[in-house]
Design a protein around this ligand. Structure first.
Ligand SMILES: [Zn+2]
Length: 117
């Protein structure tokens, strides 16, 4: 992969990373706000948050963050864009759609199938 392309992916990844971190910060802030409320109010809001599955979105974001961090490490180590399973290069179209992809399309299907079973 050309240096120019790598730089571009790095930029996209860093932007995504920042967006997730900002989002987490917002989440923490709203948790802070809850702590400032009276017990009854806090309880009510906490229940509401649980119901809206806000916390699962939070977890998803953190998983994505891990993927992004590992993709950034790979850029530094010059192994970016290589499938972790078969060591084949991941298609650029795929990386453009999902710059933190770990697997090529073929391996991703295998991984998804296995995780479903
Ligand atoms: Zn693969």
């Amino acid at each position: 992969m050309r240096q120019e392309e790598l730089e571009n992916f790095k930029k996209v990844l860093l932007q995504k990373r920042q967006a997730i971190l900002d989002n987490n910060l917002e989440h923490c802030k709203s948790m802070e706000n809850i702590r400032g409320l009276s017990f009854d109010e806090a309880d009510h809001v906490a229940m509401h948050m649980k119901n809206t599955l806000d916390s699962s979105i939070f977890t998803n974001h953190n998983t994505e963050l891990e993927y992004i961090d590992s993709a950034l490490t790979k850029i530094e180590q010059d192994t970016y864009g290589v499938c972790e399973m078969c060591d084949e290069p991941i298609a650029k179209e795929r990386l453009k759609a999902k710059p933190h992809a770990k697997y090529c399309i073929v391996c991703r299907e295998i991984v998804e199938k296995n995780s479903k079973d």
